[in-house]
Design a protein around this ligand. Structure first.
Ligand code: NAD
Ligand code: IPM
Ligand code: MN
Length: 357
């Protein structure tokens, strides 16, 4: 069976890490005899937008909906296109229209990488952020009044539905139940945000009734961020609303030494639509063009994609390969964010070679 994959490298370092992601996928596909067919799309600020004044063609949904998955780099080039235009014109449309309501973001201290937190070693940081991905604070409900005057008012509502909340909680509880520690932490702010968040807490309690083996705790988001830094070993599965999950999924990987290694899976669990796999990081204009971006976030996202497509063994082989390359800690191979002097390509090639062997 052929898996049809839509490839969208995007902007900036998206174009640099994507070739390494593909290199590793091709190597693993050869070893495990998996048939992957890639089709490239130029939906990016510096590409399609520059030519057409919009991020994607009007029929993008039709063009992409029958792919088995979308492999995505990063979009955004704020010097030429405002971020809310580029992201609402692409990535956030995919998440919504393809109902990718789970954003699964592993956070793991990898061998050979030094955590900025004192005395942390692999094993101390190993958890998942499960981020609600289609509603919450990222809503389109709101507006402006009295624009340009002293009386100007801007409103953006948070929208939480029972259907939308329960389905992400269910996913998070199932994940926690499948893990040895069986622990779920809920990110809340029910002390200050006094309508939506107490209700979120109630939904967590209601869902926990179905999972008696899972131990549940909750923290307000302010102290939760502090606890990520002070006690990352406390966490196993952390479930959060869209915005809280966004923040936690940069902070968590930062505690593991670099956000450059962090992957994500934007999942439509029912398989009605393609799921999308992308690194957590963005287009990094500050380092774009230098060839020094860490490709592991992209490569690991490729592993998550293979697992989603039913190839767990091949996915595991990719993780084993990048862990082995990191553990070797050859400075000529590693990228500067993990204290190397190598390049995106040297690291990508080393991982691909390891996968192939
Ligand atoms: P960013 O993630 O692009 O960069 C933040 C910092 O991390 C920068 O210093 C960057 O150099 C570093 N960094 C990121 N990825 C790295 C890697 N692989 N290796 C080494 N260092 C890495 O976040 P930002 O600067 O806030 O955003 C830049 C642009 O990307 C904006 O347009 C933003 O909207 C967009 N963005 C897109 C996505 C996405 O497409 N999923 C995600 C986040 C940000
Ligand atoms: C992410 C990104 C996006 C988000 C941006 C680029 C809209 O930060 O995938 O984490 O906020 O979800
Ligand atoms: Mn983010």
């Amino acid at each position: 069976m052929t898996h049809r994959i839509a490839v969208i490298p995007g902007d900036g370092i998206g174009n640099e890490v994507m070739p390494e992601g593909l290199r590793v996928l091709e190597a693993v596909a050869k070893r495990f005899d998996i048939d992957l067919a890639f089709e490239h799309f130029d939906f990016a600020c510096c590409d399609y937008y520059a030519k057409h004044g919009k991020m994607m063609p009007d029929d993008w949904f039709e063009q992409l909906k029958d792919f088995d998955a979308i492999f995505y780099g990063a979009v955004g080039w704020p010097d030429t296109v405002p971020d809310h235009i580029s992201l609402w014109g692409s990535l956030l449309q995919f998440r919504r229209q393809f109902d990718q309501y789970i954003n699964l973001r592993p956070c793991k201290l990898l061998p050979g990488i030094k955590s900025p937190l004192a005395d942390r070693k692999p094993g101390d940081i190993d958890f998942y952020v499960v981020r609600e991905n289609t509603e919450g604070e990222y809503s389109s409900v709101g507006g402006k009044m009295f624009e340009g005057t002293e009386r100007e008012v801007v409103i953006q509502e948070t929208v939480m539905t029972r259907h939308g909340t329960d389905r992400v909680l269910k996913f998070a509880f199932e994940l926690a139940q499948s893990r040895p520690r069986k622990k779920l932490t809920s990110a809340t702010k029910s002390n200050g945000i006094a309508i939506t968040m107490p209700w979120w807490d109630e939904r967590v309690v209601a869902m926990s009734g179905n999972y008696p083996e899972v131990s549940v705790d909750k923290f307000h988001i302010d102290i939760l961020t502090a606890n990520f830094v002070m006690h990352p070993d406390w966490f196993d599965v952390v479930v959060a609303s869209n915005l809280f999950g966004d923040i936690l999924s940069d902070l968590g990987p930062a505690c593991t030494g670099t956000i450059g290694v962090a992957p994500s899976a934007n999942i439509n669990p029912e398989g009605t639509f393609p799921s999308l796999f992308e690194p957590v990081h963005g287009s990094a204009p500050d380092i774009a063009g230098k060839g020094i971006a860490n490709p592991i976030g992209q490569i690991w996202s490729g592993a998550m994609m293979l697992e989603h497509l039913g190839h767990k063994e091949a996915a595991d082989a990719i993780v084993t390969a990048f862990e082995a390359v990191l553990a070797e800690a050859d400075p000529a191979v590693l990228t500067p964010d993990v204290r190397g002097q190598g390049s995106t390509e040297t690291l990508g090639r080393a991982i691909a070679e390891r996968v192939a062997s």
